[in-house]
Design a protein around this ligand. Structure first.
Ligand SMILES: Nc1ncnc2c1ncn2[C@@H]1O[C@H](COP(=O)(O)OP(=O)(O)OP(=O)(O)O)[C@@H](O)[C@H]1O
Length: 503
Protein backbone atom coordinates (compact mmCIF):
# COMPACT_ATOMS: atom_id res chain seq x y z
CA UNK A 1 0.00 0.00 0.00
CA UNK A 2 1.34 3.40 -0.94
CA UNK A 3 1.85 6.03 1.79
CA UNK A 4 -0.91 8.64 1.52
CA UNK A 5 -0.86 12.20 2.83
CA UNK A 6 -0.99 12.00 6.60
CA UNK A 7 -1.34 8.21 6.54
CA UNK A 8 0.78 6.10 8.89
CA UNK A 9 1.12 3.26 6.33
CA UNK A 10 4.38 2.70 4.47
CA UNK A 11 5.22 0.22 1.72
CA UNK A 12 5.89 -3.20 3.23
CA UNK A 13 9.22 -4.97 2.37
CA UNK A 14 8.82 -7.26 -0.61
CA UNK A 15 7.93 -10.80 0.47
CA UNK A 16 11.04 -13.01 0.10
CA UNK A 17 9.89 -16.60 -0.17
CA UNK A 18 11.96 -19.18 -2.09
CA UNK A 19 9.94 -20.65 -4.85
CA UNK A 20 9.52 -24.39 -4.26
CA UNK A 21 11.76 -26.31 -6.69
CA UNK A 22 9.95 -29.37 -7.92
CA UNK A 23 11.68 -32.19 -9.81
CA UNK A 24 11.69 -31.54 -13.54
CA UNK A 25 9.52 -34.52 -14.37
CA UNK A 26 6.59 -33.13 -12.36
CA UNK A 27 6.32 -30.43 -15.04
CA UNK A 28 5.79 -33.03 -17.75
CA UNK A 29 2.32 -33.19 -19.28
CA UNK A 30 0.05 -35.83 -17.74
CA UNK A 31 -0.01 -37.93 -20.91
CA UNK A 32 3.78 -38.18 -21.05
CA UNK A 33 3.84 -39.17 -17.36
CA UNK A 34 1.34 -41.92 -18.07
CA UNK A 35 3.39 -43.24 -20.98
CA UNK A 36 6.74 -43.35 -19.16
CA UNK A 37 5.39 -44.62 -15.81
CA UNK A 38 5.74 -48.37 -16.71
CA UNK A 39 9.37 -47.73 -17.70
CA UNK A 40 10.04 -45.94 -14.41
CA UNK A 41 8.35 -48.72 -12.44
CA UNK A 42 10.40 -51.38 -14.25
CA UNK A 43 13.58 -49.43 -13.53
CA UNK A 44 12.63 -49.20 -9.83
CA UNK A 45 12.04 -52.93 -9.73
CA UNK A 46 15.43 -53.65 -11.30
CA UNK A 47 17.05 -51.30 -8.78
CA UNK A 48 15.31 -53.08 -5.88
CA UNK A 49 16.27 -56.52 -7.18
CA UNK A 50 19.85 -55.29 -7.59
CA UNK A 51 19.91 -54.07 -3.97
CA UNK A 52 18.48 -57.37 -2.76
CA UNK A 53 21.01 -59.37 -4.81
CA UNK A 54 23.77 -57.22 -3.31
CA UNK A 55 22.54 -57.97 0.20
CA UNK A 56 22.31 -61.70 -0.56
CA UNK A 57 25.84 -61.63 -2.03
CA UNK A 58 27.38 -59.92 1.00
CA UNK A 59 25.27 -61.62 3.67
CA UNK A 60 24.30 -65.08 2.31
CA UNK A 61 24.35 -66.92 5.66
CA UNK A 62 22.36 -64.22 7.47
CA UNK A 63 19.84 -64.18 4.60
CA UNK A 64 19.57 -67.96 4.76
CA UNK A 65 18.98 -67.86 8.52
CA UNK A 66 16.30 -65.17 8.14
CA UNK A 67 14.55 -67.08 5.34
CA UNK A 68 14.69 -70.30 7.40
CA UNK A 69 13.22 -68.50 10.45
CA UNK A 70 10.40 -67.00 8.35
CA UNK A 71 9.66 -70.39 6.85
CA UNK A 72 9.61 -71.97 10.31
CA UNK A 73 7.34 -69.17 11.47
CA UNK A 74 4.84 -69.93 8.68
CA UNK A 75 5.08 -73.69 9.13
CA UNK A 76 5.20 -74.10 12.93
CA UNK A 77 4.00 -70.76 14.25
CA UNK A 78 5.56 -67.85 16.14
CA UNK A 79 6.16 -69.81 19.32
CA UNK A 80 8.35 -72.47 17.73
CA UNK A 81 10.16 -70.05 15.41
CA UNK A 82 11.01 -67.79 18.38
CA UNK A 83 12.11 -70.73 20.51
CA UNK A 84 14.39 -72.21 17.81
CA UNK A 85 15.89 -68.80 16.96
CA UNK A 86 16.60 -68.12 20.66
CA UNK A 87 18.24 -71.52 21.15
CA UNK A 88 20.43 -70.99 18.06
CA UNK A 89 21.45 -67.48 19.18
CA UNK A 90 22.21 -68.56 22.75
CA UNK A 91 24.14 -71.58 21.42
CA UNK A 92 26.24 -69.35 19.18
CA UNK A 93 26.87 -66.97 22.10
CA UNK A 94 28.03 -69.81 24.36
CA UNK A 95 30.23 -71.23 21.60
CA UNK A 96 31.83 -67.81 21.10
CA UNK A 97 32.31 -67.34 24.84
CA UNK A 98 33.75 -70.76 25.65
CA UNK A 99 35.53 -71.88 22.50
CA UNK A 100 36.38 -68.75 20.56
CA UNK A 101 39.11 -70.50 18.50
CA UNK A 102 36.84 -73.13 16.97
CA UNK A 103 34.04 -70.55 16.69
CA UNK A 104 36.29 -68.27 14.66
CA UNK A 105 37.52 -71.16 12.51
CA UNK A 106 34.22 -72.92 11.86
CA UNK A 107 31.95 -69.90 11.67
CA UNK A 108 34.27 -67.75 9.57
CA UNK A 109 31.57 -66.84 7.07
CA UNK A 110 29.01 -65.85 9.68
CA UNK A 111 31.68 -63.92 11.57
CA UNK A 112 32.68 -62.16 8.32
CA UNK A 113 29.10 -61.06 7.77
CA UNK A 114 28.65 -59.88 11.34
CA UNK A 115 31.92 -57.90 11.21
CA UNK A 116 31.02 -56.43 7.83
CA UNK A 117 27.80 -54.99 9.10
CA UNK A 118 28.79 -54.06 12.66
CA UNK A 119 32.33 -52.76 12.12
CA UNK A 120 32.81 -51.70 8.50
CA UNK A 121 29.45 -50.89 6.85
CA UNK A 122 28.27 -49.17 10.05
CA UNK A 123 30.99 -46.51 10.08
CA UNK A 124 32.14 -46.61 6.47
CA UNK A 125 30.78 -43.26 5.30
CA UNK A 126 32.01 -41.33 8.34
CA UNK A 127 35.49 -42.91 8.32
CA UNK A 128 35.88 -42.29 4.58
CA UNK A 129 34.87 -38.64 4.97
CA UNK A 130 37.08 -38.03 8.01
CA UNK A 131 40.05 -39.74 6.35
CA UNK A 132 39.64 -37.56 3.24
CA UNK A 133 39.13 -40.58 1.03
CA UNK A 134 35.95 -39.27 -0.57
CA UNK A 135 35.82 -36.91 -3.54
CA UNK A 136 33.35 -34.34 -4.87
CA UNK A 137 32.62 -33.53 -8.50
CA UNK A 138 29.76 -31.39 -9.86
CA UNK A 139 28.30 -31.16 -6.39
CA UNK A 140 28.10 -34.93 -6.00
CA UNK A 141 30.02 -36.89 -3.38
CA UNK A 142 31.94 -39.96 -4.55
CA UNK A 143 32.72 -42.56 -1.89
CA UNK A 144 34.96 -45.65 -2.01
CA UNK A 145 32.75 -48.75 -2.12
CA UNK A 146 32.97 -51.35 0.61
CA UNK A 147 33.04 -54.76 -1.06
CA UNK A 148 33.59 -58.26 0.39
CA UNK A 149 34.84 -58.64 3.97
CA UNK A 150 36.51 -61.82 5.16
CA UNK A 151 37.28 -62.32 8.85
CA UNK A 152 40.12 -64.73 9.55
CA UNK A 153 40.34 -64.24 13.29
CA UNK A 154 43.74 -62.56 13.39
CA UNK A 155 42.90 -60.23 10.49
CA UNK A 156 39.97 -58.94 8.45
CA UNK A 157 40.46 -58.74 4.69
CA UNK A 158 38.36 -55.84 3.42
CA UNK A 159 38.01 -55.29 -0.33
CA UNK A 160 37.43 -51.75 -1.54
CA UNK A 161 36.59 -50.24 -4.92
CA UNK A 162 38.46 -46.94 -4.94
CA UNK A 163 37.00 -43.68 -6.17
CA UNK A 164 38.09 -42.83 -9.71
CA UNK A 165 41.30 -40.84 -9.75
CA UNK A 166 42.47 -42.32 -6.44
CA UNK A 167 45.80 -44.13 -5.93
CA UNK A 168 46.57 -46.97 -3.49
CA UNK A 169 49.34 -44.77 -2.07
CA UNK A 170 46.66 -42.43 -0.68
CA UNK A 171 45.30 -45.39 1.28
CA UNK A 172 48.77 -46.48 2.45
CA UNK A 173 49.35 -42.98 3.82
CA UNK A 174 46.16 -43.27 5.87
CA UNK A 175 46.67 -46.90 6.91
CA UNK A 176 47.38 -46.05 10.54
CA UNK A 177 44.24 -43.89 10.83
CA UNK A 178 42.12 -46.59 9.21
CA UNK A 179 43.48 -49.17 11.66
CA UNK A 180 42.49 -46.98 14.61
CA UNK A 181 39.07 -46.21 13.14
CA UNK A 182 38.23 -49.88 12.68
CA UNK A 183 39.75 -50.96 16.03
CA UNK A 184 42.66 -52.88 14.48
CA UNK A 185 46.35 -52.95 15.51
CA UNK A 186 47.62 -52.16 12.03
CA UNK A 187 46.47 -51.95 8.45
CA UNK A 188 48.17 -53.03 5.22
CA UNK A 189 47.11 -52.08 1.72
CA UNK A 190 47.32 -54.52 -1.19
CA UNK A 191 46.39 -53.89 -4.81
CA UNK A 192 44.07 -56.56 -6.22
CA UNK A 193 43.33 -55.21 -9.69
CA UNK A 194 43.03 -51.76 -11.28
CA UNK A 195 40.82 -49.67 -9.01
CA UNK A 196 40.44 -52.44 -6.44
CA UNK A 197 42.43 -52.79 -3.23
CA UNK A 198 42.32 -55.02 -0.19
CA UNK A 199 42.91 -53.77 3.34
CA UNK A 200 44.38 -56.18 5.86
CA UNK A 201 43.19 -55.02 9.27
CA UNK A 202 45.33 -56.92 11.73
CA UNK A 203 44.10 -57.78 15.24
CA UNK A 204 46.76 -60.17 16.53
CA UNK A 205 50.02 -61.83 15.45
CA UNK A 206 49.61 -65.47 14.44
CA UNK A 207 53.38 -65.96 14.60
CA UNK A 208 53.89 -65.49 18.33
CA UNK A 209 54.56 -69.13 19.15
CA UNK A 210 57.89 -70.79 18.48
CA UNK A 211 57.81 -73.31 15.65
CA UNK A 212 59.82 -76.47 16.27
CA UNK A 213 61.62 -78.05 13.32
CA UNK A 214 59.46 -80.65 11.55
CA UNK A 215 60.48 -84.29 11.25
CA UNK A 216 63.31 -84.68 8.78
CA UNK A 217 62.34 -85.75 5.28
CA UNK A 218 63.26 -89.41 4.94
CA UNK A 219 64.04 -89.54 1.25
CA UNK A 220 66.38 -87.23 -0.65
CA UNK A 221 64.26 -87.49 -3.80
CA UNK A 222 61.40 -85.72 -2.01
CA UNK A 223 63.52 -82.62 -1.36
CA UNK A 224 62.54 -79.99 -3.91
CA UNK A 225 65.23 -77.33 -4.31
CA UNK A 226 62.63 -74.97 -5.75
CA UNK A 227 60.46 -75.18 -2.62
CA UNK A 228 62.41 -75.57 0.61
CA UNK A 229 60.16 -75.24 3.66
CA UNK A 230 61.84 -73.12 6.31
CA UNK A 231 58.91 -72.11 8.53
CA UNK A 232 55.31 -70.97 8.41
CA UNK A 233 53.74 -67.86 6.97
CA UNK A 234 51.27 -65.73 8.91
CA UNK A 235 48.43 -67.25 6.88
CA UNK A 236 49.34 -70.68 8.25
CA UNK A 237 50.86 -71.97 5.02
CA UNK A 238 54.40 -73.38 4.82
CA UNK A 239 57.02 -70.69 4.28
CA UNK A 240 58.92 -71.90 1.25
CA UNK A 241 61.95 -70.42 -0.44
CA UNK A 242 63.60 -71.28 -3.70
CA UNK A 243 67.23 -72.36 -3.64
CA UNK A 244 67.65 -73.48 -7.23
CA UNK A 245 68.60 -70.48 -9.35
CA UNK A 246 68.39 -68.15 -6.39
CA UNK A 247 70.69 -66.06 -4.22
CA UNK A 248 69.40 -65.20 -0.74
CA UNK A 249 70.28 -62.30 1.52
CA UNK A 250 69.08 -62.35 5.13
CA UNK A 251 69.33 -59.09 7.04
CA UNK A 252 68.54 -58.54 10.71
CA UNK A 253 69.87 -56.92 13.85
CA UNK A 254 71.67 -58.97 16.48
CA UNK A 255 69.35 -61.58 17.91
CA UNK A 256 66.81 -61.25 15.10
CA UNK A 257 67.05 -64.99 14.51
CA UNK A 258 69.08 -65.13 11.29
CA UNK A 259 70.55 -68.40 12.52
CA UNK A 260 67.11 -70.02 12.48
CA UNK A 261 66.69 -69.28 8.75
CA UNK A 262 70.13 -70.77 8.11
CA UNK A 263 69.52 -73.98 10.06
CA UNK A 264 65.98 -74.40 8.71
CA UNK A 265 67.44 -74.38 5.19
CA UNK A 266 70.17 -76.88 6.10
CA UNK A 267 67.67 -79.10 7.98
CA UNK A 268 65.46 -79.27 4.89
CA UNK A 269 68.48 -80.17 2.72
CA UNK A 270 69.90 -82.79 5.10
CA UNK A 271 68.85 -85.90 3.09
CA UNK A 272 70.47 -84.44 -0.05
CA UNK A 273 73.62 -83.46 1.85
CA UNK A 274 73.85 -86.98 3.22
CA UNK A 275 73.39 -88.45 -0.27
CA UNK A 276 76.12 -86.14 -1.65
CA UNK A 277 73.65 -84.36 -3.95
CA UNK A 278 74.06 -81.05 -2.13
CA UNK A 279 77.46 -79.73 -1.10
CA UNK A 280 77.74 -77.11 1.61
CA UNK A 281 80.49 -74.53 1.85
CA UNK A 282 80.60 -72.21 4.84
CA UNK A 283 82.32 -69.06 6.03
CA UNK A 284 81.75 -67.95 9.61
CA UNK A 285 84.01 -65.00 10.41
CA UNK A 286 82.74 -64.94 14.00
CA UNK A 287 85.14 -67.78 14.83
CA UNK A 288 82.60 -70.52 14.20
CA UNK A 289 79.98 -69.34 16.69
CA UNK A 290 77.21 -70.35 14.29
CA UNK A 291 78.51 -72.82 11.69
CA UNK A 292 80.90 -74.31 14.23
CA UNK A 293 77.86 -76.03 15.76
CA UNK A 294 77.77 -78.48 12.86
CA UNK A 295 81.21 -78.21 11.21
CA UNK A 296 81.28 -81.75 9.83
CA UNK A 297 78.23 -81.39 7.58
CA UNK A 298 80.16 -78.90 5.42
CA UNK A 299 82.27 -79.90 2.49
CA UNK A 300 84.58 -77.03 3.48
CA UNK A 301 84.16 -74.42 6.19
CA UNK A 302 86.35 -71.50 7.28
CA UNK A 303 86.03 -69.73 10.61
CA UNK A 304 87.59 -66.33 9.85
CA UNK A 305 87.57 -63.60 7.19
CA UNK A 306 91.25 -63.83 6.24
CA UNK A 307 93.10 -65.38 3.27
CA UNK A 308 91.52 -68.84 3.86
CA UNK A 309 88.02 -67.39 3.47
CA UNK A 310 88.99 -65.48 0.33
CA UNK A 311 90.69 -68.53 -1.20
CA UNK A 312 87.55 -70.58 -0.53
CA UNK A 313 85.41 -67.93 -2.23
CA UNK A 314 87.74 -67.84 -5.24
CA UNK A 315 87.73 -71.62 -5.43
CA UNK A 316 83.92 -71.60 -5.62
CA UNK A 317 83.93 -68.72 -8.16
CA UNK A 318 86.34 -70.76 -10.35
CA UNK A 319 84.04 -73.79 -10.05
CA UNK A 320 81.11 -71.64 -11.14
CA UNK A 321 82.99 -70.55 -14.27
CA UNK A 322 84.24 -74.06 -14.99
CA UNK A 323 80.80 -75.64 -14.63
CA UNK A 324 79.22 -72.91 -16.77
CA UNK A 325 81.86 -73.76 -19.42
CA UNK A 326 80.96 -77.49 -19.22
CA UNK A 327 77.28 -76.71 -19.63
CA UNK A 328 77.79 -74.47 -22.67
CA UNK A 329 75.93 -75.96 -25.61
CA UNK A 330 74.79 -79.00 -23.57
CA UNK A 331 72.33 -77.80 -20.98
CA UNK A 332 70.99 -74.50 -19.77
CA UNK A 333 70.43 -75.25 -16.10
CA UNK A 334 71.65 -77.55 -13.39
CA UNK A 335 69.41 -80.56 -12.76
CA UNK A 336 69.79 -83.58 -10.50
CA UNK A 337 70.45 -85.66 -13.59
CA UNK A 338 73.61 -83.67 -14.34
CA UNK A 339 75.36 -85.88 -11.76
CA UNK A 340 77.07 -82.89 -10.16
CA UNK A 341 76.15 -81.72 -6.66
CA UNK A 342 74.13 -78.57 -6.11
CA UNK A 343 76.33 -76.17 -4.15
CA UNK A 344 75.18 -73.89 -1.34
CA UNK A 345 77.57 -71.28 0.04
CA UNK A 346 76.63 -70.01 3.51
CA UNK A 347 78.25 -66.83 4.81
CA UNK A 348 77.27 -66.05 8.39
CA UNK A 349 78.39 -62.42 8.58
CA UNK A 350 78.83 -61.10 5.06
CA UNK A 351 79.97 -57.65 6.27
CA UNK A 352 83.04 -59.17 7.95
CA UNK A 353 84.15 -60.63 4.62
CA UNK A 354 83.40 -57.80 2.21
CA UNK A 355 83.35 -54.61 4.32
CA UNK A 356 85.10 -54.84 7.69
CA UNK A 357 88.17 -56.63 6.30
CA UNK A 358 91.05 -54.20 6.87
CA UNK A 359 93.26 -55.64 4.13
CA UNK A 360 92.04 -53.79 1.04
CA UNK A 361 93.31 -56.41 -1.41
CA UNK A 362 91.61 -59.28 0.45
CA UNK A 363 88.41 -57.24 0.62
CA UNK A 364 88.40 -56.60 -3.13
CA UNK A 365 89.18 -60.24 -3.92
CA UNK A 366 86.32 -61.37 -1.64
CA UNK A 367 83.89 -58.89 -3.23
CA UNK A 368 84.89 -59.97 -6.75
CA UNK A 369 84.47 -63.69 -5.96
CA UNK A 370 81.06 -63.25 -4.28
CA UNK A 371 79.83 -61.13 -7.17
CA UNK A 372 80.89 -63.88 -9.61
CA UNK A 373 79.10 -66.56 -7.56
CA UNK A 374 75.89 -64.56 -7.14
CA UNK A 375 75.71 -63.22 -10.68
CA UNK A 376 76.77 -66.37 -12.59
CA UNK A 377 75.92 -69.19 -10.18
CA UNK A 378 72.23 -69.39 -11.05
CA UNK A 379 72.42 -71.69 -14.08
CA UNK A 380 75.27 -74.03 -13.00
CA UNK A 381 73.61 -74.85 -9.63
CA UNK A 382 75.30 -72.55 -7.11
CA UNK A 383 73.28 -70.68 -4.50
CA UNK A 384 74.40 -68.28 -1.79
CA UNK A 385 72.79 -67.73 1.59
CA UNK A 386 74.37 -64.62 3.07
CA UNK A 387 73.52 -63.25 6.52
CA UNK A 388 74.25 -59.67 7.46
CA UNK A 389 73.29 -57.16 10.15
CA UNK A 390 73.79 -53.91 8.26
CA UNK A 391 72.16 -53.52 4.83
CA UNK A 392 73.72 -50.17 3.84
CA UNK A 393 75.21 -49.82 0.36
CA UNK A 394 78.66 -49.18 1.78
CA UNK A 395 78.45 -52.60 3.45
CA UNK A 396 76.71 -54.65 0.73
CA UNK A 397 77.21 -52.74 -2.53
CA UNK A 398 75.67 -55.49 -4.67
CA UNK A 399 72.39 -56.15 -2.81
CA UNK A 400 70.58 -56.32 -6.15
CA UNK A 401 72.42 -59.56 -7.04
CA UNK A 402 70.46 -61.34 -4.31
CA UNK A 403 67.16 -62.36 -5.84
CA UNK A 404 65.41 -63.20 -2.57
CA UNK A 405 65.84 -60.76 0.27
CA UNK A 406 64.67 -61.50 3.78
CA UNK A 407 64.28 -58.66 6.27
CA UNK A 408 64.21 -59.85 9.87
CA UNK A 409 63.94 -57.38 12.76
CA UNK A 410 65.55 -54.10 11.72
CA UNK A 411 66.16 -50.80 13.51
CA UNK A 412 64.82 -48.28 11.01
CA UNK A 413 62.23 -48.00 8.27
CA UNK A 414 64.91 -46.88 5.78
CA UNK A 415 66.72 -50.19 6.30
CA UNK A 416 63.55 -52.03 5.28
CA UNK A 417 63.53 -50.10 1.99
CA UNK A 418 67.20 -50.93 1.48
CA UNK A 419 66.56 -54.66 1.92
CA UNK A 420 63.15 -55.21 0.35
CA UNK A 421 63.19 -52.37 -2.18
CA UNK A 422 61.15 -49.22 -2.63
CA UNK A 423 57.41 -49.41 -2.09
CA UNK A 424 57.40 -52.81 -0.35
CA UNK A 425 57.12 -51.24 3.12
CA UNK A 426 54.06 -49.31 1.93
CA UNK A 427 52.44 -52.68 1.22
CA UNK A 428 52.78 -53.50 4.91
CA UNK A 429 56.27 -55.02 5.22
CA UNK A 430 57.16 -53.25 8.48
CA UNK A 431 60.27 -55.25 9.36
CA UNK A 432 61.36 -52.44 11.70
CA UNK A 433 58.26 -53.13 13.78
CA UNK A 434 58.90 -56.85 14.32
CA UNK A 435 58.88 -57.51 18.06
CA UNK A 436 62.03 -58.43 19.95
CA UNK A 437 59.93 -61.16 21.51
CA UNK A 438 59.50 -62.99 18.20
CA UNK A 439 62.96 -63.86 16.88
CA UNK A 440 62.78 -65.75 13.59
CA UNK A 441 59.95 -63.57 12.21
CA UNK A 442 60.76 -61.93 8.88
CA UNK A 443 59.43 -60.29 5.75
CA UNK A 444 60.62 -61.92 2.53
CA UNK A 445 60.51 -60.52 -0.98
CA UNK A 446 61.32 -62.52 -4.07
CA UNK A 447 62.25 -60.79 -7.30
CA UNK A 448 59.37 -61.04 -9.75
CA UNK A 449 56.74 -61.40 -7.02
CA UNK A 450 54.91 -58.25 -6.10
CA UNK A 451 53.70 -59.09 -2.63
CA UNK A 452 56.08 -59.58 0.27
CA UNK A 453 55.48 -62.47 2.61
CA UNK A 454 55.64 -62.54 6.41
CA UNK A 455 56.73 -65.72 8.09
CA UNK A 456 58.56 -67.26 11.01
CA UNK A 457 61.45 -69.66 10.60
CA UNK A 458 61.61 -72.94 12.53
CA UNK A 459 63.59 -72.84 15.73
CA UNK A 460 66.63 -75.14 15.70
CA UNK A 461 67.58 -76.22 19.22
CA UNK A 462 71.00 -77.59 20.20
CA UNK A 463 69.49 -81.08 20.20
CA UNK A 464 68.22 -80.56 16.65
CA UNK A 465 71.70 -79.54 15.51
CA UNK A 466 73.18 -82.57 17.19
CA UNK A 467 70.60 -84.79 15.43
CA UNK A 468 71.47 -83.06 12.15
CA UNK A 469 75.17 -83.82 12.55
CA UNK A 470 74.46 -87.39 13.50
CA UNK A 471 72.06 -87.91 10.59
CA UNK A 472 74.32 -86.42 7.89
CA UNK A 473 77.41 -88.22 9.17
CA UNK A 474 75.55 -91.49 9.69
CA UNK A 475 76.36 -91.71 13.37
CA UNK A 476 74.34 -94.14 15.43
CA UNK A 477 74.16 -94.20 19.18
CA UNK A 478 74.05 -97.15 21.42
CA UNK A 479 72.93 -96.89 25.02
CA UNK A 480 75.46 -98.43 27.39
CA UNK A 481 75.06 -99.24 31.03
CA UNK A 482 76.65 -96.60 33.20
CA UNK A 483 79.62 -98.24 35.05
CA UNK A 484 78.56 -99.43 38.49
CA UNK A 485 75.13 -98.02 38.01
CA UNK A 486 72.96 -100.70 39.54
CA UNK A 487 71.24 -99.48 42.69
CA UNK A 488 70.46 -101.52 45.77
CA UNK A 489 67.31 -102.85 44.25
CA UNK A 490 69.27 -104.17 41.26
CA UNK A 491 67.83 -101.56 38.85
CA UNK A 492 70.33 -100.35 36.27
CA UNK A 493 70.75 -96.62 35.49
CA UNK A 494 71.77 -97.09 31.89
CA UNK A 495 70.50 -93.97 30.16
CA UNK A 496 73.46 -91.72 30.77
CA UNK A 497 76.15 -93.06 28.47
CA UNK A 498 76.38 -93.69 24.76
CA UNK A 499 78.94 -94.54 22.11
CA UNK A 500 79.18 -93.23 18.57
CA UNK A 501 79.70 -95.31 15.50
CA UNK A 502 79.69 -94.78 11.79
CA UNK A 503 81.29 -91.32 11.78
N1 LIG B 1 62.86 -69.04 14.82
C1 LIG B 1 63.07 -68.82 16.12
N2 LIG B 1 62.09 -69.09 17.00
C2 LIG B 1 62.29 -68.85 18.31
N3 LIG B 1 63.40 -68.36 18.86
C3 LIG B 1 64.41 -68.07 18.03
C4 LIG B 1 64.29 -68.28 16.63
N4 LIG B 1 65.45 -67.90 16.06
C5 LIG B 1 66.23 -67.48 17.04
N5 LIG B 1 65.63 -67.57 18.23
C6 LIG B 1 66.17 -67.18 19.53
O1 LIG B 1 66.73 -65.88 19.40
C7 LIG B 1 68.08 -65.85 19.82
C8 LIG B 1 68.94 -65.12 18.80
O2 LIG B 1 68.97 -65.90 17.63
P1 LIG B 1 70.20 -65.90 16.61
O3 LIG B 1 71.49 -66.06 17.35
O4 LIG B 1 69.89 -66.88 15.54
O5 LIG B 1 70.12 -64.43 16.07
P2 LIG B 1 71.06 -63.79 14.99
O6 LIG B 1 70.22 -62.88 14.19
O7 LIG B 1 71.80 -64.87 14.26
O8 LIG B 1 72.05 -62.94 15.89
P3 LIG B 1 73.59 -62.61 15.59
O9 LIG B 1 73.61 -61.64 14.46
O10 LIG B 1 74.06 -62.03 16.87
O11 LIG B 1 74.24 -63.92 15.23
C9 LIG B 1 68.51 -67.31 19.99
O12 LIG B 1 69.13 -67.46 21.22
C10 LIG B 1 67.27 -68.12 19.93
O13 LIG B 1 66.98 -68.62 21.23
Amino acid sequence: MKAQNGSRWVDPAPLEVARPRLPWWTMLPGLVKLVISPVVLAWLLVWLVGKLARLLWYYPITALLIIATLWLDCWAGHYWAGAVASVVLVGLGVWWWRWIDTYQRRLRWLRSEVRRVTVYAWDWRTVMRLSNLTGTAKGREYRPKLKRVRAEGWRDKVRVRMVKGQAPEQWSERASGLAHSFHAKSCRVRVISPGKIELDLIHSDPLVSVLPLPAMVADESSVDLKRITIGRTETGKPWRIRLLGNQILVVGVQGAGKGSVLWSVVWALAPMIKAGKVRLYGIDPKGGMELGQCPDIFHKVVFDNGPDAVELLEEIANEVRARAGQYRGLRRFWTRESGQPFTLLIIDELADVIAYQTDKKLKERAQGAIQTITSQGRAPGFATLALVQDPRKEIVPFRNLFTTRIAMRLDEATQVDMVLGDGVRERGADAHEISELTPGVAWAKEDGKKEPLRGRAFYASDDNLWDLRAYVNGWTFEVLPFPGSADKGGRRHDHFACTRSGG
